[in-house]
Design a protein around this ligand. Sequence first.
Ligand SMILES: NC(=O)c1ccc[n+]([C@@H]2O[C@H](COP(=O)([O-])OP(=O)(O)OC[C@H]3O[C@@H](n4cnc5c(N)ncnc54)[C@H](O)[C@@H]3O)[C@@H](O)[C@H]2O)c1
Length: 343
Amino acid sequence: MKKILVTGGAGYIGSHTVVELVEAGYEPIIIDNFSNTEERSLQGIAAILGREVTCHRIDCTDVAALRKVFEQETGIAGVIHFAAYKAVGESVAEPLKYYHNNVGSLVALLQVMEEFKVNKLVFSSSCTVYGIPAELPVTEQTPVQKANSPYGNTKKICEEILTDLATSGSDIHTIALRYFNPIGAHPSAKIGELPLGVPNNLVPFITQTAAGIREQLTIFGNDYDTQDGTCIRDYVHVVDLAKAHVVAIDRLLTDKAENIEFFNVGTGTGNTVLEAVQAFERATGEKLNYKIGPRRPGDVPKIYADVTKATEELGFKTTSTLEEAMKSAWDWQMHLQNTSEQV
Ligand SMILES: NC(=O)c1ccc[n+]([C@@H]2O[C@H](COP(=O)([O-])OP(=O)(O)OC[C@H]3O[C@@H](n4cnc5c(N)ncnc54)[C@H](O)[C@@H]3O)[C@@H](O)[C@H]2O)c1
């Protein structure tokens, strides 16, 4: 079984990818410093797979610690690099924390990959690199724009670092996946998004509000130029997104990839925030307490992906509906509540 190193593999998207990698016949090795996740994520992975997955508790900005993992885990075939901080608001308040962790971890990882001649990388990028796009849907040719947060800028800078490396003639081949809005949880409800503190993302806020942990959801603005005035996003089920990483690794390992390639990973469909709320209500039968608030500075009014390139070249396809994703997020919320006193 080919070993794939998964940094941030105990996190939200990482944990789902670890499960899909095992199911596709790979041997994932996790690296995580548990700055934004908990032990129960590993327990959830083990419960789904019926066995534990190796996890190294180190920080990815630490070159010496990374080196030790590469020495210990001989024969790593490729790396998927999820480890990063991702809270947009926090990145505005603490930019250096974000540049150090998100850019620093990529540079450290690339140095060690070069040293150990591990040449295949899948990188977690984001549709945030497109800023407020002039045209929709967004293709990979849509111009990248000035980032509107330090977090977004770290993704843009990381893409530039990877492009410079490809141009330099390095042996490292990279696929950068530009995620749209990942939501939902594994159908087993044993892993999911684990927001520590007040959630930054819509769906955990929805599920926590429905569960009575938060009093009310605020939808930021209903006067945008969209069908119901609320912002449009492309909500992609996290299991579908996880599978995109498996096909990206397949492509890198069969040497079909260029030095660097970028792929949008979304559903190709835009839904408003209000439609997402209604999908949650339909899927779960729960009535959500929400209000409309003022616009939030920095929000992109509408964005959704053109996924033709990922479909044709990676063989990526989505299988889950918005309702299914919402139901899975709700089942995960219920699981968290039922098990929280045991953790
Ligand atoms: N969730 C989204 O909406 C979204 C959208 C676009 C891109 N992304 C990107 O996808 C990746 C994964 O996101 P996620 O939603 O799973 O986030 P997450 O916070 O759940 O997972 C990231 C994991 O990385 C770990 N980590 C962070 N810094 C580390 C370091 N220096 N060393 C070791 N471990 C470290 C955290 O503990 C966490 O388990 C990130 O790079 C994120 O920027 C996420």
